[in-house]
Design a protein around this ligand. Structure first.
Ligand SMILES: *[C@@H]1O[C@H](CO)[C@@H](O)[C@H](O)[C@H]1NC(C)=O
Ligand SMILES: *[C@@H]1O[C@H](CO)[C@@H](O)[C@H](O)[C@H]1NC(C)=O
Ligand SMILES: *[C@@H]1O[C@H](CO)[C@@H](O)[C@H](O)[C@H]1NC(C)=O
Ligand SMILES: *[C@@H]1O[C@H](CO)[C@@H](O)[C@H](O)[C@H]1NC(C)=O
Ligand SMILES: *[C@@H]1O[C@H](CO)[C@@H](O)[C@H](O)[C@H]1NC(C)=O
Ligand SMILES: *[C@@H]1O[C@H](CO)[C@@H](O)[C@H](O)[C@H]1NC(C)=O
Length: 498
């Protein structure tokens, strides 16, 4: 019964040598094979070399806050070299000890001081201070020395963002001023010329109660993106538009397809790539995993801006090929294998589903005896990406907690299931596939890099793995198998959870 799926197998075409694939939501590994560990941070472009530096919160099991800020560099936004800690926590320090909050770092070069300045949300463990920290370094990778932690113009500061206008180089801080009733605003405040202190409030996004702000600047517009406040649960990110930073700003509007919760991510940073052929804008979001924060992933996606319609949209692609020199990018095409092509075992079965591209979805996946198997899968003999399109209707109901949008009364928050993926019966190498909650009928995808043998004899079997709650896998809508990346020297290994 191994029916080969609908074939839309297009080869990559003429990718330039410097083009690189970005795979949102995958386990990103650095040049040493370790998980890229820099969350809710920023990408700063080095003025001299044009190299990209990624700064972010360093999280490990047992130390998910106060771990300091780590830094990576890259020439292509896909290959990341780790340079260790840019800002290390200091035991006993009044503001940056391991028991403090050191969140959302942003790094900017100050022409005045000829140093790199790192700003972040500095706080105590119960978020009682709401300050902004400043550290400085001569070298972009640091180490950064702590200067001070202050309250912005006498106010509070929670989620922190920094924006630099490319036209005049002026820098601005963006910060939500906390959850209490007197707060719930987002401030846009200019820095002095040296970027050593705040200057004056330029705009206040009044009482929208949003957070995780970032600004995307086009030639004629500013788009301020922010998320709602649902903790580590993703929600619908919104954008405001304006001709000038002081406003008037538009009504907020949702930037990604409804009910995808911005593809299960939160805003926080964005990047403008001024390429030789086109300018490309990237949304740099975080996919938090509050069950294991240190495994949180990155959702980096291109955005489409229509200046006439005054709109901005974040678009999903399983994989896209980005050339940071020209600014050009294109989605990679793969071969689809629909749910109707799979065999089921045990209590797994194909159920009618109007929202599935083949009319059915594979459900009842549980442990290792209620599985689904795609046979006749064409492989290359090299590690290649496979995207698993799924639905996980556990929903993010959390009826006993304030805020958010409970989809069921008294629901408990699951956040994600974990499926097992076995290639060609190799149960020694079980891959773990994280499947975040979705709304009902909303299909999202999540990728794994797999070793398929050359030819059409491959079998991919999906079961359920223990995720701390259950051994249930999400419902499978289809899989898409992508060609291998040229010159892929990496080993394609992924975490094995059993
Ligand atoms: C954090 O700071 C606030 C305000 O000073 C204080 O009330 C709270 O007790 C502090 N939390 C801790 C854990 O020290
Ligand atoms: C800055 O850091 C980089 C990476 O760690 C290093 O290669 C370089 O030599 C450093 N530059 C200076 C001026 O210290
Ligand atoms: C501090 O924030 C509150 C609430 O947004 C606001 O009423 C007040 O004017 C702010 N103060 C300054 C100096 O910006
Ligand atoms: C964009 O890049 C071009 C070169 O490709 C350069 O001439 C121009 O000044 C850049 N513009 C901005 C605003 O960075
Ligand atoms: C899967 O199979 C292994 C033995 O091969 C067994 O130890 C394990 O408990 C099974 N897991 C589930 C969830 O059924
Ligand atoms: C996948 O293939 C690479 C070689 O391309 C190899 O190093 C790696 O061990 C393989 N992984 C598994 C799980 O077989």
């Amino acid at each position: 019964m191994a029916i080969r799926g609908v074939i839309c197998n297009l080869l990559l075409g003429a990718a330039t040598a410097s083009a690189k694939w970005i795979v949102p939501g995958a386990r990103w590994r650095d040049t040493e094979g370790k998980l890229v560990n820099a969350h809710a941070g920023c990408v700063t472009v080095d003025q001299g070399t044009g190299r990209f530096f990624l700064f972010g919160e360093y999280k490990v099991q047992g130390q998910v806050e106060g771990g300091g800020i780590s830094v990576y560099s890259s020439d292509d936004l896909a290959t990341w070299e780790h340079h260790g800690m840019a800002l290390s926590p200091i035991e006993g320090h009044p503001y940056i000890s391991p028991s403090h909050i050191i969140q959302r770092p942003k790094v900017v070069y100050s022409k005045g001081t000829e140093k790199y300045h790192m700003w972040w949300h500095a706080d105590n463990s119960t978020y009682g201070w709401l300050l902004q920290g400043l550290a400085e370094a001569d070298n972009i990778t640091g180490p950064y020395s702590f200067i001070d932690a202050t309250s912005p113009l006498g106010n509070w500061s929670q989620d922190f963002g920094l924006f630099q206008d490319y036209k005049d180089g002026k820098a601005y801080a963006l910060y939500s001023n906390g959850d209490r009733k007197e707060g719930r605003d987002v401030y846009l405040t200019s820095y002095n010329d040296d970027i050593t202190a705040l200057d004056k409030v330029v705009h206040r996004f009044d009482k929208y109660d949003l957070e995780a702000p970032t600004i995307i600047q086009t030639e004629t517009s500013y788009f301020a993106l922010m998320s709602h406040k649902t903790g580590y649960r993703p929600n619908n990110v919104v954008a405001f538009r304006a001709d000038s930073l002081s406003g008037p700003w538009s009504q907020p509007f949702i930037v990604a397809p409804l009910n995808t919760r911005t593809f299960n991510s939160q805003s926080g940073f964005s990047l403008r790539i001024n390429g030789t052929s086109q300018t490309t804008y990237l949304y740099l979001g975080d996919q938090w995993d509050s069950n294991s924060l240190w495994e949180s992933r990155y959702i980096w996606l291109p955005v489409t801006i229509d200046e006439e319609k005054k709109s901005l949209e974040v678009q999903w692609h399983d994989i896209y090929d980005l050339d940071v020199k020209t600014g050009e990018w294109s989605p990679i095409e793969g071969t689809e294998y629909p749910a109707t092509a799979a065999k089921t075992s045990g209590s797994a079965y194909a159920q009618e589903a109007t929202f599935s591209s083949s009319g059915v979805i594979l459900t009842g996946i549980y442990g290792n005896d209620s599985t689904v198997t795609f046979s006749g899968v064409e492989g290359s003999g090299k590690p290649q990406w496979v995207s698993f399109y799924y639905q996980n209707t556990d929903d993010m109901g959390f009826g006993d907690q304030p805020g958010g949008s409970p989809d069921r009364i008294g629901g408990s928050w699951q956040l994600r299931r974990i499926a097992s993926v076995v290639v060609n019966g190799d149960t020694q190498n079980v891959e773990s596939l994280y499947q975040r909650d979705t709304h009902k009928g909303i299909i999202l995808s999540t990728p794994l890099k797999l070793n398929l043998t050359e030819g059409s004899g491959n079998e991919i079997t999906i079961g359920g793995l223990w995720n701390g709650f259950d051994v249930k896998g999400g419902d499978i809508e289809k899989i898409v198998v992508y060609p291998p990346e040229e010159d892929d020297g990496d080993d394609g290994e992924d975490d094995n959870d059993d």
